[in-house]
Design a protein around this ligand. Structure first.
Ligand code: G3P
Length: 217
């Protein structure tokens, strides 16, 4: 399973990339706004931190303008992945870009039928929003399950990029279902390493080690 971080905060990205566990980055217009930085400049910096795909989202709603925006974004670096919305114009843009060898992440996916269309459009990644699905009274994880089943039925190469993950249980369940990639905020990724018994165990070992009066170095 690949781990992407969902942020445009380059300090957080550097910290996670240094662990060697980070496979890519996803951004969206909200995260760019939160960073307070220029879109192109921050994407370029992120592309220099990680080797894997860095999603940069178009903001136009029509195919022609999306293509023009994508043209500018994909010149930033070889690892830029163009993010397009799950609309007919977005799917058309996805098809044109992937036919041309560009990585495309189709975002704002809230149904398995939408995911089916994205796979047919040759998407590199489909981003179903688990948390936002839950927020609206639907079962976000069931959506991941349905997409997994459909993609396996037809051996689609499109990778399921589970997005809008809010807590470690989302990550765990996505791993059990077989999502190809998860993207989550830095805090959620860091939480995966935490366990109260790990902390307690460490405290105990440190206290007993001190009693031995020994050192390793
Ligand atoms: O980047 C897309 C997605 O991960 C957004 O998550 O928490 O704003 O629903 P959230």
């Amino acid at each position: 399973m690949k781990f992407f971080v969902d942020t445009a905060d380059t300090a957080d990205i550097r910290e996670l990339a240094a662990t060697g566990l980070l496979d890519g980055v996803t951004t969206n217009p909200t995260l760019i706004h939160k960073s307070g930085r220029k879109f192109m400049e921050v994407v370029e910096e992120i592309c220099g931190i990680v080797d894997g795909p860095v999603s940069a989202e178009v903001v136009a709603l029509d195919h022609e303008t999306m293509m023009k925006e994508a043209e500018i974004l994909r010149k930033i670096a070889d690892n830029v992945c163009i993010k397009v919305p799950l609309t007919i114009d977005g799917l058309k843009t996805c098809k044109a870009l992937t036919d041309d060898g560009t990585l495309v992440n189709v975002t704002l996916c809230f149904s398995a039928n939408q995911a089916l269309l994205a796979a047919k459009a040759g998407a590199s990644f489909i981003s179903p929003f688990v948390g936002r699905h839950d927020d609206n009274g639907f079962d976000g994880l069931k959506l991941i399950e349905d997409i997994r089943l459909i993609y396996d039925n037809y051996q689609f190469d499109t990778e399921i990029l589970a997005a809008s993950l809010r807590h470690p249980i989302h990550v765990l369940e996505c791993a059990k279902i077989g999502a190809d990639v998860i993207t989550a905020p830095p805090a959620v990724i860091k939480m995966l390493s935490k366990h109260v018994l790990t902390d307690k165990g460490l405290e105990g070992f440190a206290a007993d080690w001190a009693k031995t009066g020994q050192t390793i170095l």
